[in-house]
Design a protein around this ligand. Structure first.
Ligand code: HEC
Length: 159
């Protein structure tokens, strides 16, 4: 009888360890999943500053942006063809600080964005001036400086 009781308690003890380690594994798994979920959440968070634009402003801005990109493409190919005068005209009219662009930049409720936008368009005019010298190296340096504003603004702001 005593032997049976002690056998039973040994069995219960073993069963208890098994259950405990099972529960521990489950807890670890749940913890890992939560951790992974946490990381996933981190990677999809866009930390850039939102401009809080209306749907109309969004479309207007994106179409403006596509035209900036087209201008950069045209200027690049015109530099390669040594058509500096044409490239300069595009730089001033499409990337420079025209009245239209000044107005556009001043429409945002974010001073830093407006300042960056205006500085970008001023660099477009500097690019236009550099192109007038017909010096490829000077022109490329100015173009890379203008592109620096594209990169900087996109890294900082979103719609
Ligand atoms: C002062 C800020 C600023 C500058 C400078 C700027 N952009 Fe943008 N651009 C934006 C914002 C904001 C968006 C929207 C991004 C978002 O919400 O993810 C955008 C979006 C774009 C898009 C996406 C268009 C679409 O239809 O989806 C292109 C292309 C683009 N920009 C090109 C350029 C190029 C090329 C330059 C430089 C020659 C430039 N941008 C300079 C702010 C800027």
């Amino acid at each position: 009888m005593i032997e049976q009781v002690s056998k039973l308690s040994v069995m219960l003890f073993i069963a208890g360890i098994a259950m405990f380690s099972y529960a521990e594994d489950k807890a670890n798994l749940a913890g890992e999943m939560m951790h992974q979920h946490h990381n996933m959440k981190h990677s999809i968070v866009d930390g850039r500053i939102s401009l809080g634009l209306s749907p109309e402003m969004k479309q207007h801005q994106l179409s403006n942006m596509r035209s900036h990109l087209e201008a950069v493409q045209a200027i690049t190919s015109l530099i390669a063809e040594k058509e500096f005068q044409k490239a300069s005209e595009i730089a001033h009219s499409k990337l420079g600080l025209t009245e239209e662009m000044r107005k556009m930049c001043n429409m945002f409720n974010n001073e830093d964005f407006t300042a960056l936008g205006l500085a970008f368009h001023e660099s477009g005019d500097s690019l236009g001036d550099a192109l007038k010298t017909k010096d490829t190296t000077k022109s490329l340096r100015a173009l890379q400086s203008t592109l620096g504003y594209c990169v900087q603004c996109h890294a900082t702001f979103r719609q």
